[in-house]
Design a protein around this ligand. Structure first.
Ligand SMILES: CC(C)(COP(=O)(O)OP(=O)(O)OC[C@H]1O[C@@H](n2cnc3c(N)ncnc32)[C@H](O)[C@@H]1OP(=O)(O)O)[C@@H](O)C(=O)NCCC(=O)NCCS
Length: 185
């Protein structure tokens, strides 16, 4: 997790991002991740109000709203950024790509400490998708544009529509997720 790996991630996942200087100056999704990391530092040392002020500033500057309580792994990328919302108890693994207008949110009925989704490694969540509740999105899964996902999505599967249905069911047993490894250790 550093400047170089952030730039490598953007170059690998965004075909429109070509020059390093262009990415540094204009990739608002990457800027949003940087500002989130700053807010997260304050959240971890229990300066919640400072963390929330920084995350509000993030929303103002980039259009991305990431709660400082959310946990996010390596090589995370938000493409386009605007309108993306990530809730307080969301957990995101490594190499996850999400687009504009994506919400990792609660259903509104759940006030528990696990009310937002956990998203495993290498998942892609397309533009406008809403992933709601304390559900699990398995490794390598794809969520289609504008889907509303209310139930777990297995590893390697593709889910589309409202409510989301599985159109491609991958190898469910092949779940190799850094989030699960962390929970077991
Ligand atoms: C979900 C997605 C990754 C699936 O891609 P795919 O595996 O190549 O799937 P296909 O295009 O072959 O579609 C398979 C079926 O799902 C349907 N489908 C695909 N995406 C859908 C979506 N977002 N919503 C509803 N149905 C969808 C197709 O119509 C097709 O249905 P059919 O079998 O009845 O004809 C892709 O469709 C998608 O949503 N990409 C969006 C990426 C994005 O956000 N881009 C923004 C860049 S700025």
């Amino acid at each position: 997790m550093g400047l170089r790996s952030d730039i490598r991630t953007v170059k690998a996942k965004d075909p429109a991002a070509k020059s390093t200087i262009g990415i540094l100056l204009t990739h608002n999704g990457m800027h949003a991740v940087w500002i989130y990391r700053l807010s997260r530092l304050f959240w971890k040392i229990k300066l919640g109000i400072v963390a929330k002020i920084i995350s509000n500033l993030n929303r103002f500057l980039t259009g991305v709203d990431i709660h400082p309580g959310a946990r996010i792994g390596k090589n995370f990328m938000i493409d386009h950024g605007s309108g993306t919302v990530i809730g307080e108890t969301a957990v995101i693994g490594n190499n996850v790509l999400i687009y504009h207008q994506v919400t990792l949110g609660g259903t509104g009925n759940d006030k528990s400490s696990r009310r937002h989704p956990s998203v495993c490694d290498n998942v892609m969540i397309a533009a406008g998708a809403k992933v709601l509740g304390g559900i699990h999105i398995g490794t390598n899964a794809k969520i289609g544009a504008n889907a509303v996902v209310l139930k777990d999505v297995p590893a390697n599967a593709t889910a589309v529509g409202i409510p989301a249905r599985i159109i491609f069911n991958g190898d469910v047993n092949n779940e190799n997720c850094s989030l699960i490894k962390k929970a077991q250790t």
